[in-house]
Design a protein around this ligand. Structure first.
Ligand SMILES: [Zn+2]
Length: 329
């Protein structure tokens, strides 16, 4: 679990404007008319509850919250749950997840139907290179014969099945790989209170990979004997409880055991290099091969190891933790 805390809120505002702009361009009318069209005029219902629901949703899209300055599309991760509470209390779970309500919401909030929704552009602007849930797969958007293709998927942190009114919310769209999004998470219910949200919190220094106690036998050609574990800074904390849920759902404990070759290489490097060696290496090529000490560390570890760049390459968090544990860096 990699956290990306420096996401620019301007991207959320841009996302909002792109969605809302579709019809404004067509009709030259204002935002309010557009939302009116989508939420009321095009959907004729004599059901009072549905009408109340649509009015509420319209207000939550158009009117920014007085305290946060956000709306349901731009609400930050910690504020998404406010809408969950509001809609559950106001309308009840059975209404919100009923087929008729979902059909209406699919029409309104199905993002592919928005002319200016551009998932590829959205992905490119986010500039996130690996799945934030597993940090095992690259997620990318690329050009093929003039068309954009993606290996990236957007997971709905609050799933569309249970929380359809958050389907377009910027901070509810998590860049992830197909395995984490579809195979492992699917329709499982995640909330900010029960799981780690990558735009808010990740394993960071609270949850680390560890191989201690270890036996290193490479020098004699004997393979190393260790068990890869997660260690928690505070095992009993609410954070650790959330982290454990993510570890379980994305099968991280078992999957990472399959990366023994990478760990073996870090062990070997720890026998060859140390901080002083890397520092001397940097000194020899500073200003030529290396623009900063981090470049020398990256060359030796074959990965990004500073906390802000872990999303740039698969297994970066594993590399950081084991390299630090073995005092390679
Ligand atoms: Zn993944």
């Amino acid at each position: 679990m990699i956290e990306v805390k420096n996401i620019l809120h301007s991207l959320a505002v841009d996302h909002y404007n792109r969605i809302i702009r579709s019809a404004i361009k067509r009709t030259t009318r204002d935002r309010k008319h557009y939302v009116d069209d989508r939420l009321t005029n095009k959907i004729i219902s004599d059901n009072k509850k549905i009408n109340r629901f649509l009015r509420t949703l319209k207000d939550d899209i158009l009117i920014n919250d007085a305290n946060t300055g956000e709306n349901i599309i731009t609400a930050k991760p910690e504020n998404l749950h406010k809408y969950v509470t509001k809609y559950n209390q106001g309308f009840g779970e059975s209404f919100l997840t009923s087929k008729s309500t979902k059909d209406i919401l699919e029409h309104i909030l199905y993002y592919e139907s928005y002319e200016h929704w551009n998932a590829d552009l959205f992905a490119a602007k986010l500039n996130i290179d690996t799945c934030l849930y597993c940090n095992r797969q690259y997620i990318q958007s690329f050009n093929k014969s003039g068309k954009r293709k993606r290996t990236l998927e957007f997971d709905h942190f609050y799933c569309r099945n249970q929380f359809p009114y958050l389907a377009l919310s910027f901070y509810n769209l998590i860049p992830s790989c197909h395995t984490c999004n579809s195979t492992f998470k699917g329709k499982k219910v995640f909330t900010i209170n029960s799981n780690l949200h990558p735009y808010r919190e990740g394993f960071s220094n609270e949850v680390k990979f560890s191989i201690l106690p270890k036996k290193i036998g490479f020098i004699n050609g004997i393979s190393s004997d260790y068990e890869l574990k997660f260690i928690f800074k505070n095992e009993k904390s609410a954070f650790s409880k959330r982290a454990k849920k993510n570890i379980q759902i994305f099968h991280l404990r078992n999957l990472y055991k399959e990366h023994k070759d990478v760990i073996d290489e870090i062990i070997m490097k720890s026998q060859i290099y140390n901080k002083a060696y890397i520092s001397a290496l940097y000194g020899s090529y500073a200003g030529t091969l290396f623009s900063s000490p981090a470049d020398a560390v990256r060359l030796v570890t074959s990965n990004y190891t500073d906390i802000d760049n872990l999303h740039k390459r698969p297994l970066a968090k594993l590399t950081r933790d084991i390299s630090k544990e073995l005092k390679l860096i």
